[in-house]
Ligand binder design. Sequence first.
Ligand code: FES
Ligand code: FES
Length: 157
Amino acid sequence: MKSKITKLSINGFEHIVLVNPDETLVFTLRERLNFTGTKKCCDEGTCGSCTILVDGIPVLGCLTPTVRCVGKTIITIEGISSKEDLHPVQKYLVKNGGLQCGFCTPGVVMTAIPFLDEHPNANREKIKEGLSGNLCRCTGYKKIIDAVENAGKELKV
Ligand code: FES
Ligand code: FES
């Protein structure tokens, strides 16, 4: 299969990149464009670490063919905030100790932000459900749920 020159909109900028027809979005982002904030762990759709927003919807980058994202708006963790101005989800993950090695964190953030947009009044049970596709081997989840709950409260003010 031949590589094709492809135009992708990522974090508000257009990127021209050579893409193989069968390659995944997480591969293109990390290996071709150096967006290494998106993590790849299981590479088979079970851990959530590669979560990216495509047209505002969280998708698994390891299962999403890059060619299907042409003409769509891609947002990665690098497009969420600047270092000085963290999104409330990021701020509370730090404040509440919701990360240790940090490998799952970008995926958690990219899942939690659209989840809170859609469910501003979510209780803990609903948050647990919303984040059930994001695996973390370090934190035991409680602090991640605390962080998302606190971010939700702040976003409502
Ligand atoms: S790397 Fe994509 S779900 Fe695990
Ligand atoms: S903080 Fe290490 S996997 Fe979640």
